[in-house]
Design a protein around this ligand. Structure first.
Ligand SMILES: *Cc1c(COP(=O)(O)O)cnc(C)c1O
Length: 357
């Protein structure tokens, strides 16, 4: 069997969820959209069920997958419904629903529902993606109240630059939010992972941690709280081939790497078809049998090459960590000019193996 696989440590997931709760002192919706950032939404939700305050997903398809697996906790649809006829399922499965657009309020007013809805009313406080304009926010709130179809409204917004710890933009967005919600007596939810870890003074009844649950830092620089996160995923494989090359020999597609000295090249069963980033350059860290080494040459679809020159013990069958507890996904992401979110979400083909549950 091909040795490429991703190990998922559910104890680490629970540790990170507890940290999110502790740090914020708020109730926390575990964000498990996009198949729990590639970690497997059902297994991750089952591991957190029983202690979580609820889950958040991108769409009803993702929510129904969790309900079908027996998850009973609240589930928030972060973009609400895309079509009005989803409201019947939202009611039937007791889903919570973001409202970000006037047409969604129209649909709620017109729907015939037996049970009142829990809605999260989204303000565009400056990210300019979705949400009501500050001037329209109070009116949207009042319309929902008057519809008679609402059990509870949570006030929410989203930061665009919370990962930049010295940037004034989050405080500006917070000021817009505070102004827009004046006089409304309702719970609030503003913080994703970077805001939760980096912006302690933002008011929170509910937080929405995503990437931090999976143990990756949302920040580019070191941050004391993010340092306490435990990586959940280990992407690993084995050496399946070894070459001894003299100086001056090209390795891989495009001859992007040429040996500068006699070099022992290890071939690893892992490629961009598994989700390892093709743009990771020579020098990207890997761990071979627990010892640091580096990627060399271009990543191909099913294989990549590493430098074994300084690791004489390593050879066929040696264990390779592409990212995990010691090679941080965020460091690999930086090398590949992307973010750990995308590395995790791009994972495919490799089996997910769970421990800790
Ligand atoms: C995805 C998402 C989150 C989680 O963000 P992280 O940066 O992964 O913590 C929180 N809130 C909303 C609205 C989201 O779409």
């Amino acid at each position: 069997m091909r040795p490429a696989r991703a190990l998922i440590d559910l104890n680490a997931l629970r540790h990170n969820y507890r940290l999110a709760r502790e740090v914020s002192g708020a109730r926390a919706l575990a964000v498990v959209k996009a198949d729990a950032y590639g970690h497997g939404a059902v297994r991750c939700a089952q591991a957190l069920d029983g202690e979580t305050d609820g889950f958040a997903v991108a769409c009803i398809e993702e929510a129904l997958q969790l309900r079908e697996a027996g998850i009973q906790a609240p589930i928030l649809l972060l973009e609400g419904f895309f079509e009005a006829d989803e409201l019947a399922l939202i009611e039937q499965h007791r889903l919570w629903c973001v409202v970000h657009s006037a047409w969604q309020i129209d649909a709620i007013e017109q729907a015939s529902l037996r049970a009142p809805l829990t809605l999260w009313l989204k303000l565009d406080s400056g990210m300019h993606r979705v949400g009501f304009h500050p001037d329209e926010y109070q009116a949207a709130y009042q319309r929902l109240l008057r519809s008679g179809k609402v059990a509870k409204i949570v006030l929410m917004s989203h930061f665009a630059r919370a990962d930049e710890l010295d940037c004034p933009r989050s405080d500006e967005q917070l000021a817009v939010f505070e102004q827009a919600r004046q006089g409304l007596l309702a719970e609030v939810s503003l913080r994703n992972s970077p805001a939760l870890l980096g912006w302690p003074n933002v008011p929170s009844d509910w937080v929405r941690p995503g990437i931090m649950l999976y143990g990756a830092t949302p920040f580019e620089q070191a941050q004391a709280l993010a340092d306490q996160l435990q990586p959940v995923m280990t992407l690993e494989s084995k050496i399946i081939g070894v070459r001894e090359l003299p100086a001056g020999e090209p390795v891989g597609y495009g001859a992007r790497f040429v040996t500068e000295r006699p070099t022992r090249v290890g071939v690893v069963a892992m490629g961009y078809a598994d989700g390892y980033p093709r743009h990771a350059p020579t020098g990207t860290p890997v761990l071979i049998d627990g010892k640091p080494s580096r990627l060399i040459g271009r990543v191909s679809m099913d294989m990549l090459t590493v430098d074994l020159s300084d690791l004489p013990q390593a050879g066929l069958g040696s264990h390779v960590e592409l990212w995990g507890k010691r090679v941080l996904a965020s460091d690999v992401a930086t090398q590949a000019q992307t973010i750990p979110y995308q590395l995790f979400c791009n994972l495919r083909r490799v089996p997910l193996l769970y421990s800790g549950n």
